[in-house]
Design a protein around this ligand. Structure first.
Ligand code: SF4
Length: 421
C-alpha cells in the first residue's frame, strides 16, 4: 500500500504517464478517489474513475461468465491458435514478463499499442547510437532546454515543472536555465504560452536542426528556409552554442509523417555535433509508462525491444511489419490477445481475428473480456520512467476486485497443455 498520511490520504506515485510523479497525495473515500496535491488534469481524471470500473465481470460475446470459466475459454482459444498476436501491452514489468513468456511458448507476435511510433528512435539508436540524459541530470545540470512540439506536454502534463523544478511554470529566463519551445503557432499560443518560442511544424524540425548544425560547424550561415528567418536561426544557434549543457526534448508521436525518421536523425546529429565540444543530450518522452517498461523487459530477456515475433522461434524485430494497425489488414492472425491495464478505453483495430481482452475496461469489439486491476493502483507494480533509468515500485492504493494482468496471463500459461511448448 502507498504511504498513509492519514486514514484516507496517501502519498503515492502516479502511474498514468511515463513521468511517474512521486509527489502526489491521493484521497480515497469508499469508491471516490481524488488527487489532493500535485496531480495534473490527467491524474485528476484517471484517479476519479479508479473505484468505478465500467465493467467488473468477465464477458463472452456480451454475456457475463465467471472468472474460472473465462480463463478456461481463453486457454482453449489460445491453445488452438496457430497465429497468435499479443497486442496493447499497457502493463507493468510482471505483466510484460508473463506476456513475453506466453508469446515465446505460442510462437506469437508481441506488439505495443504505440510500437510503430517508438520504433523511429529505436531504429536510429540501432544504426548510429545516441546521447541521452535523465530527468535528474536535466534538473541539476542543464542550462538550456529546447522542446520540440506539443506532444511532450500533452503526453506528460507536468513535464515543464519536472524539468525546471525551480518554477511551477518555467519561462524563458529564470537565471539558471533557459527554456525554448519550437512548435506551430497553435502550440506556442496554447501549450507553450509565455515561453520563448520559435515557429516550426514537425515536418520542418529536420530542416531547422540541420541549419543549426551547419552553423555550429561553421559550414553555412544562409539557409533561406522560408518558415523561419535566418536571423531567428542565428539567435537559436547562439543560444545553443553559448549554453554549457543544452538538452533537446521530443516525443516520437510528433514525428508520424513521411520521413519523420530523417527529422529524428537530424536532431540526433545536432546533438552529436554539439558533443564534440561540450555535453549535450536528448530526452525522448513516452506517453504511457508501459512503453519504456515493456521495451526494457523485452531487451533484457531477448536483446531486442518490441515488436517481437517468435514465429520462427528465434525472436525477430521488424517494426514496420508488426505494427498494431497492420493487424486489421492481415489474414495471418487468428487470435488477438489484448493486454491492457493502464489504458482507459482500449482501442483495438478492427480485425477478422477473435479478440480476447484482458483490461480494465471492455473494448467494444472483444469476443472474450477478462477484467484486471490497474498496475500501481489496484496492485503493486514496477514501471520504468520515460528516461528509462529507474524502475519505480508503484504501490497500490486500493485493493482490487480483480487479478493483475500478470496473474491472468500466468493462469492461462499454467493451463496450457505441455505440447503447447
Ligand atoms: S504528469 Fe503524469 S505522472 Fe505526473 S501527475 Fe500527471 S499523469 Fe501523473
Amino acid at each position: 500500500m502507498s504511504t498513509a498520511v492519514s486514514k484516507n490520504k496517501f502519498e503515492a506515485i502516479c502511474p498514468f504517464c511515463a513521468l511517474l510523479c512521486d509527489d502526489i497525495t491521493v484521497r480515497l473515500d469508499s469508491a471516490d478517489c481524488s488527487v489532493e496535491a500535485n496531480g495534473c488534469h490527467l491524474a485528476q481524471s484517471r484517479y476519479s474513475t479508479i473505484g468505478k470500473p465500467k465493467h467488473d465481470k468477465c464477458y463472452l460475446h456480451g454475456t457475463p461468465i465467471d472468472h474460472t470459466k473465462a480463463i478456461q475459454i481463453a486457454t482453449e482459444m489460445i491453445s488452438k491458435s496457430k497465429a497468435l498476436v499479443i497486442a496493447g501491452m499497457l502493463t507493468d514489468v510482471a505483466g510484460a514478463r508473463a506476456a513475453l513468456k506466453l508469446a515465446e511458448r505460442k510462437r506469437a507476435v508481441i506488439m505495443q499499442s504505440d510500437g510503430k511510433r517508438n520504433s523511429l528512435q529505436t531504429s536510429r539508436i540501432q544504426r548510429s547510437g545516441g546521447y541521452f540524459t535523465t530527468l535528474a541530470e536535466i534538473q541539476n545540470r542543464a542550462d538550456l532546454i529546447i522542446m520540440f512540439g506539443r506532444e511532450p506536454v500533452c503526453a506528460c502534463p507536468r513535464i515543464l515543472e519536472t524539468l525546471c523544478p525551480q518554477r511551477s511554470k518555467p519561462d524563458s529566463s529564470d537565471g539558471r536555465v533557459s527554456f525554448v519551445a519550437i512548435g506551430t503557432p497553435e502550440d506556442n499560443d496554447s501549450v507553450f504560452e509565455g515561453l520563448k518560442s520559435f515557429e516550426c511544424s514537425p515536418e520542418q524540425y529536420g530542416m531547422l536542426t540541420d541549419a543549426i548544425r551547419l552553423r555550429v560547424e561553421n559550414k553555412r550561415h544562409n539557409s533561406n528556409l522560408g518558415f523561419i528567418s535566418d536571423e531567428q536561426i542565428d539567435r537559436l544557434t547562439a543560444m545553443i552554442t553559448k549554453a554549457n549543457y543544452p538538452i533537446l526534448v521530443w516525443a516520437e508521436s510528433d514525428f508520424q509523417f513521411s520521413l519523420g525518421d530523417l527529422a529524428i536523425d537530424s536532431i540526433n546529429q545536432l546533438i552529436e555535433t554539439l558533443n564534440i565540444k561540450k555535453r549535450s543530450a536528448g530526452l525522448v518522452v513516452s506517453g504511457s509508462a508501459s512503453s519504456p517498461t515493456v521495451n526494457q523487459v523485452a531487451t533484457w530477456q531477448f536483446g531486442k525491444p518490441t515488436p517481437l515475433s517468435f514465429r520462427s522461434r528465434k525472436p525477430s524485430y521488424f517494426p514496420e511489419f508488426h505494427s498494431l494497425d497492420s493487424i486489421e489488414k492481415r489474414s495471418d492472425v487468428d487470435i488477438v490477445l489484448w493486454v491492457g491495464g493502464l489504458d482507459e478505453d482500449p482501442q483495438i483495430p478492427e480485425t477478422t481475428a477473435d479478440i480476447i481482452a484482458i483490461s480494465h475496461s471492455m473494448p467494444t469489439n472483444s469476443q472474450l473480456f477478462i477484467p484486471i486491476g490497474i498496475p500501481g493502483i489496484h496492485h503493486d507494480a514496477h514501471l520504468f520512467r520515460t528516461d528509462q533509468v529507474v524502475a519505480m515500485h508503484v504501490r497500490h492504493i486500493t485493493p482490487s476486485l480483480h487479478p493483475s494482468g500478470a496473474e491472468v496471463l500466468t493462469s492461462i500459461l499454467n493451463q496450457l497443455e505441455p505440447d503447447q511448448c
